[in-house]
Design a protein around this ligand. Structure first.
Ligand SMILES: O=C(O)CCC(=O)C(=O)O
Ligand SMILES: [Fe+2]
Length: 464
């Protein structure tokens, strides 16, 4: 190889590597694709993403996976026949509203901006077939860089807010077609992107820098969630959380401007822990539920006009245990101690506390609790609470508690068109008014092991 050739090669660092790359798209997994994806995520250092995110999301439908793939010319089968080098997944979260993942890539391709952009472009183009299609990211309040990058690209922050114990997340949204345009992806062909050939289309590399900035910020902003399971600046947008509510209330997609409300709930982290005792308390609670596994029964609901609790899988699917054992008095004591402050935080008036009902629930794979209030006003339930706990490490996903806000219109309390979504956190308790509509989004427990369930102590505080 002479020096000239070497210089030429250096100039096209990613171009030659992308020469055998194509962009592919699928909505179902063949064994071959599954194997290639698994190998990809393992190479990325996040093997669990495949089983815990990609596959379940795909199985729920309305999801697409766009990949950059290199095929081995011969033999076209067996190990390494398809080598995936980048992945982007979209899924519907509401009417014509889509979540879009970062473009996942192996470390050696993180600056392969042409390839990342080619994948992103094809993912967006699939969505933009519907002119109403918008894409969404969930971005933490107070984020500086990601907010700047998304906002200058044309994303609008909406008041669809999601809450975890560490952060509040806003939904940022933008039409898919406009995003293609703003990133210059409507002007660039996929082969040119893969060849890193921006000639004539990129004014002094500003397009390349803009794309790099966009992909890097989203990738790095989202990375703590999938590498460390930590709250990150950008988090995954779960399916269903922007879905419309029954009863004709407009969906909370944020397409309709909404005013801001005070949170309708109050929460307390490290609820049972004091000092170093947390681990022991939660562990013994987990032991308690595991040793009473046989006494858990299918959960029931009480329908209006009927006093007898019945199993109704249209509304609720989970298991319930009524004996709290030694935890009953501990919970009651803690609840009473923290209630006055919580009531203040929820902006409610104090009331004389009567009895406290409590039950333990286990939400396994596929379980949920559809939209409901805990009182129709004919009983004395005042405040509901949910205490979250689970075996470590956490092996379920989903199961967010979504609490709808209420607003006054002409003196009447009506459910607002948006809600706050709380992801289950170890040893955290959430209070909310029993009359507020709320729901538990579907839970995923890939292991299908009872011990990996989303466990709660749920209860109701009555007026005396
Ligand atoms: O499990 C939850 O997060 C809420 C349960 C609930 O709504 C109830 O038990 O009434
Ligand atoms: Fe409830």
């Amino acid at each position: 190889m002479d020096a000239k050739e070497l210089v030429h090669r250096r100039k096209d660092f990613f171009g030659p590597r992308n020469a055998a790359t194509r962009v592919d798209l699928f909505e179902e997994l063949t064994d071959q694709t599954a194997a290639a994806l698994r190998a990809f995520f393992r190479g990325m250092g996040a093997p669990h993403l495949f089983d815990e995110v990609v596959v379940p999301t795909l199985h729920e439908g309305a999801s697409q996976i766009v990949v950059a793939v290199q095929d081995r010319p011969w033999p076209p089968w067996g190990l390494g026949a398809r080598n995936i080098t980048a992945v982007c997944q979209t899924h519907e979260v509401g009417d014509a509203s889509y979540a879009i993942s970062p473009v996942y890539a192996l470390d050696q391709d993180l600056n392969n901006i042409g390839m990342l952009s080619a994948v992103y472009k094809e993912a967006l183009e699939q969505l933009a077939v519907d002119p109403r299609a918008e894409v969404c990211y969930l971005l933490a309040e107070g984020s500086v860089l990601a907010d700047q990058v998304l906002s200058t690209t044309g994303f609008k922050r909406s008041e669809d807010v999601f809450v975890t114990s560490d952060s509040r997340y806003h939904t940022y949204r933008m039409p898919a077609a406009l995003l293609l345009e703003r990133l210059g992806l409507d002007r660039l062909a996929t082969p040119d992107l893969l060849a890193h050939d921006f000639s004539g289309k990129d004014d002094e590399g500003s397009l390349l820098r803009k794309l790099a900035n966009f992909h890097h910020t989203i990738y790095l902003g989202a990375r703590p969630e999938w590498i460390h399971g930590r709250d990150s600046e950008i988090v995954r947008l779960p399916r269903g959380v922007h879905a419309g509510k029954p009863g004709g209330v407009p969906s909370g997609t944020g397409r309709f401007p909404v005013e801001r409300f005070d949170p309708p709930y109050a929460w307390i982290s490290n609820f049972l822990s004091d000092g170093g005792a947390r681990k022991d308390r939660v562990e013994s609670l987990v032991e308690h539920v595991l040793s009473h596994r046989q006494e858990f029964a299918p959960s029931t609901v009480v329908m209006r006009g009927d006093n007898v609790p019945k199993v109704n899988e249209k509304l609720r699917r989970s298991l319930v245990l009524n004996q709290l054992g030694q935890f009953e008095s501990l919970m009651a004591e803690r609840i009473k101690a923290s209630l006055p402050d919580a009531i203040k935080r929820m902006g409610r008036s104090p009331f004389k506390v009567g009895r406290i009902e409590m039950q333990i629930t286990a939400n396994g794979d596929g379980d949920y609790f559809r939209l409901h209030p805990d009182t129709d006003g004919s009983d004395s339930r005042e405040i509901s609470f949910v205490y979250f706990f689970h075996r470590e490490p956490r092996r379920f996903s989903g199961g967010e508690l979504r609490i709808y806000e209420v607003r006054e219109i002409n003196g009447q309390r009506v459910p607002a068109d948006h809600a706050q979504t709380i992801s289950p956190r170890q040893d955290t308790l959430v209070f909310f008014p029993s009359s507020n509509d709320h729901e538990v989004l579907p839970v995923r427990v890939p292991s299908e092991d009872f011990a990996d369930s989303r466990f709660t102590i749920a209860g109701w505080i009555h007026r005396a």
